[in-house]
Design a protein around this ligand. Structure first.
Ligand SMILES: [Fe+2]
Ligand SMILES: [Fe+2]
Length: 281
């Protein structure tokens, strides 16, 4: 099973760049093109929040048009730049997976890996939350899974990443959340967005993963007390590949034209086996 994870489109109304400088709409188009170019094609796509920059209906119309270009199922979860009601109205029309009211949580049972989308949004705040009610919902869903391999996806990371500008806007978690995750070793990953750069860490007995953005990134800044700044480093998306013998293996795929792939032609001085002219690693 192949899952493409796109994150943080930050789509804007036509002609209005995000933050006045980032053409997020063109970046979204290129991200969708990059997914379509994958061979083999992913079985599904998950989008981990901030689909729009301001949660406007006209922004969602653009998102919808882009997502409709994908032939495989797409499962989206809102972020702090989304507005839950507008999101549900715009994306729920053709999407049976989205609930009609309340938190936009759901499970997807159609694949070898169970997908659980968790809504971490707190309206009006940049940070998110997994409150007791959301934890209880997740506990029930995990209990139903009977140990099947599971991928949990959400917008706000529910763990610290050691960068001050990011750690002030995580998903605050209820007291039992970490233990709940730890009790379910079938959880292959907890994958998120929100921080606009690739990050991974050990978390609650599984792997916590943050995908980069499909447009702008947040500059790496490990100095204490600094604020997030955006940077136009190469956009990318995650490709999570599951096989029974490996579990999930996560790859990062840059978006952009970097030329075609080429064979490795060995130099005669190469110290390995000399009989092969062409090697593949
Ligand atoms: Fe974002
Ligand atoms: Fe965000």
């Amino acid at each position: 099973m192949i899952i493409a994870q796109l994150s943080d489109f930050h789509v804007r109304p036509h002609g209005q760049p995000a933050y006045g400088i980032v053409d997020t709409n063109a970046a979204t188009r290129q991200a969708i093109d990059a997914v379509l170019a994958l061979e083999p094609r992913p079985d599904c796509v998950i989008v981990t929040g901030d689909l729009c920059d301001c949660g406007l209906a006209e922004e969602y119309e653009i998102v919808r048009a882009e997502l409709e270009r994908l032939p495989m199922p797409v499962y989206a979860i809102p972020g702090n730049h989304d507005r839950r009601e507008v999101f549900a109205e715009a994306l729920g029309q053709d999407s049976a997976y989205l609930p009609k009211h309340g938190f936009l949580h759901y499970t997807v049972e159609d694949f070898p890996v169970r997908l659980i989308g968790l809504d971490t949004v707190v309206a009006g705040e940049s940070g998110g939350e997994i409150c007791a009610e959301r934890e209880a919902w997740l506990a029930e869903r995990l209990a139903e899974g009977q140990g099947r391999p599971t991928l949990i996806f959400m917008h706000h990371p529910p763990f610290a990443v050691g960068i001050d500008g990011m750690d002030c806007i995580p998903a605050r978690v209820s007291p039992g959340f970490v233990a709940l995750i730890a009790r379910h070793p079938e959880i292959e990953r907890v994958v998120c967005g929100h921080y606009h750069r690739p990050i991974q860490r050990r978390f609650a007995g599984t792997i916590g993963y943050v995908a980069p953005g499909t447009a702008h990134q947040v500059a790496l800044d490990l100095r204490p007390g600094t604020e997030n700044r955006l940077v136009m480093e190469p956009p990318a998306f995650a490709v999570h590949v599951w096989k029974p013998e490996t579990g999930i293996v996560s790859h990062l795929q840059p978006i952009g034209d970097y030329g075609s792939s080429r064979p490795f032609v060995l130099d005669p001085a190469y110290p390995g086996k000399q009989e092969a002219v062409v090697a593949y690693v």
